[in-house]
Design a protein around this ligand. Structure first.
Ligand SMILES: [Zn+2]
Length: 131
């Protein structure tokens, strides 16, 4: 099913982009900290970043990929990541469903950025293919 993963490198080439996550790992949209809560371009960066589930590291872009995972796999990946990082794992199912719903009808290869709680498509597959 379609999921959001960390890209090989930052895709947006925007000011303030960064990429520390591991290519291909599932990412989540974690709540921004106090510094970035109202400003996606805040000094922390978490308001414009996705968090890698395994690495717990951040990247400002995420890519839609079709992986051989079930919903249960995604929920479990989120649950263990939340638990590891000190968040409430009870949120995992709801969060997984929100993420999966967001990308369900989006073409594979679409690249997203984040503005606080909103996802912004930066690039679609068609544009990627033409460079
Ligand atoms: Zn932060």
């Amino acid at each position: 099913m379609k999921v959001l993963v960390a890209p090989a490198q930052t895709q947006g080439a925007r000011r303030g982009d960064f990429h520390h996550a591991v290519e291909g790992e599932l990412v989540r949209i974690d709540p921004p900290c106090a510094a970035d809560r109202r400003d996606p371009d805040g000094r922390c960066g978490c308001g414009r970043a996705f968090a890698g589930l395994n690495s717990a590291r951040a990247t400002t872009t995420a890519r839609v990929a079709d992986l051989p995972l079930s919903r249960a796999d995604v929920v479990e990946a989120l649950r263990s990541s939340l638990a590891q990082q000190g968040w409430d794992p009870a949120e995992a199912a709801q969060e997984a469903d929100d993420l999966l719903r967001t990308v369900a009808d989006v073409p594979v290869g679409t690249v997203y950025g984040r503005r606080l709680s909103k996802l912004v498509a930066l690039r679609t597959t068609e544009e990627t293919a033409s460079g």
